[in-house]
Design a protein around this ligand. Structure first.
Ligand SMILES: NC(=O)c1ccc[n+]([C@@H]2O[C@H](COP(=O)([O-])OP(=O)(O)OC[C@H]3O[C@@H](n4cnc5c(N)ncnc54)[C@H](O)[C@@H]3O)[C@@H](O)[C@H]2O)c1
Length: 359
């Protein structure tokens, strides 16, 4: 019997979740969206049998094993807890929630229901990330001392006054929206325990339409825009590792850059996506590189990997179904999501207080 899935949210990300669940051997049987007509339109587009305008109704009527949550960030924790309490496995879009305390409540619900709770950290599933993780696991890299995580955009604010730019709905700006590279760096580092976080945030250019990205959601003139445009920070870990981070939607840089660079005791490395000048996935160049010393020489190795326009989103959704089936190890754990959100909370607290935060 294949895993039967209901999705909540029929927006832009549904296409990847649907393709991934099908690739993993699951069946998407229901879709729920509060916006009138949105679930019906998605049901027709993807051939999903059941469409609902209420999550309660979907949970009551549909015979599903699992739920995928693809809605604005504020609703991740309450919906995940509701679905776990209804006895469903949950795959939740990033960020895990608005805060670490919400993730703690999600973990309690997952443990008492004895159901899986996974998150869409899809950048771990990119071919170059999987290749890099294989090199790390095989011992090629040794111990990672330090890493730098970056997702920086020059003109990439996803609209004004919509849910992305309203802190009460999103939890924050690029720190929370572009947390992928912080997660990926931590994943490569072995998800160590953070001890100190020092960070600053900037809201320069928020409100300037010249800094809007080619994606996002429509502006809402009556909406609120109260999140940061950029952040810089430094995290230290109990085992001596260190991570610096830079994230932005709007910052004076040459071009968008999405990368994790690290320095290990046997090799350094870099995983990077450089978007094309049009800022789109189709024209991006992905790289996976290792830096070693061999026979007294500095050698740079480029690992050639398959192209993957979708940044691992399909593979990541497939992994959720395979983890439920017990045929693949889950690509992420709730405890990792909790550590990540503790760092995000501390970035905001440090920026607000001007002090280093000890965790
Ligand atoms: N992993 C990635 O690469 C990636 C990329 C983009 C967005 N995301 C995440 O995906 C999530 C959704 O983003 P999106 O771009 O698809 O948003 P979107 O605004 O395009 O779609 C969200 C949909 O959810 C519906 N909705 C809102 N609240 C709801 C609720 N309480 N119950 C049911 N339906 C509800 C809306 O009507 C809308 O159709 C966000 O958490 C975002 O951070 C992840």
């Amino acid at each position: 019997m294949s895993v039967k899935i209901g999705v909540i949210g029929a927006g832009g990300m549904l296409q990847y979740h649907h393709a991934g669940f099908v690739q993993g051997g699951g069946e998407v049987v229901a879709v729920a969206d509060l916006a009138p007509g949105a679930a019906a339109a998605a049901s027709e587009k993807y051939g999903i049998t059941e469409a609902y305008e209420s999550v309660e109704e979907m949970l009551e009527k549909s015979e599903i094993d699992a739920v995928s949550i693809i809605v604005p960030n504020k609703f991740h924790a309450p919906l995940a807890i509701q679905c776990l309490n209804a006895g469903k496995h949950v795959f939740c879009e990033k960020p895990p929630a608005l805060s670490a305390s919400q993730v703690e409540a999600m973990i309690v619900a997952s443990e008492s229901a004895n159901k899986r709770l996974m998150f869409n950290f899809n950048n771990r599933a990119r071919p170059e990330s999987r290749e890099m993780m294989a090199a790390i696991s095989s011992g090629t890299v040794g111990e990672i001392n330090s890493a730098q995580a970056k997702w920086i955009r020059r003109t990439g604010i996803p609209g004004f006054g919509g849910w992305f730019t309203t802190k009460a709905l999103s939890g924050g700006g690029p720190v929370i929206d572009l947390l992928h590279m912080i997660d990926l760096a931590m994943y490569f580092m072995g998800y160590p325990d953070p001890t100190n976080v020092l960070a600053t945030t900037y809201n320069t250019f928020m409100g300037d339409s010249g800094f809007k990205g080619p994606w996002g959601i429509p502006d809402n003139a009556d909406g609120v825009t109260d999140v940061e445009a950029a952040a810089h920070g430094f995290v230290t870990f109990a085992n001596g590792q260190a991570l610096s981070l830079q994230v932005s939607w709007a910052e004076m840089i040459k071009r968008e850059e999405v990368s994790v660079v690290f320095q290990g005791t046997k090799a350094g490395g870099k995983v990077e996506r450089l978007f094309g000048s049009d800022g789109l996935d189709e024209t991006a160049i992905d790289t996976c590189e290792l830096y070693v010393q061999e026979n007294g020489q500095s050698v740079n190795r480029t690992v050639v990997v398959e192209e993957c326009e979708d940044m691992g989103r399909i593979h990541s959704a497939a992994n959720f179904v395979e983890a439920i089936e017990g045929v693949s190890e889950p690509l992420n754990t709730p405890q990792q999501a909790l550590k990540l959100m503790r760092i995000i909370d501390a970035v905001y607290e440090s920026a607000q207080t001007g002090k280093a935060i000890t965790l």
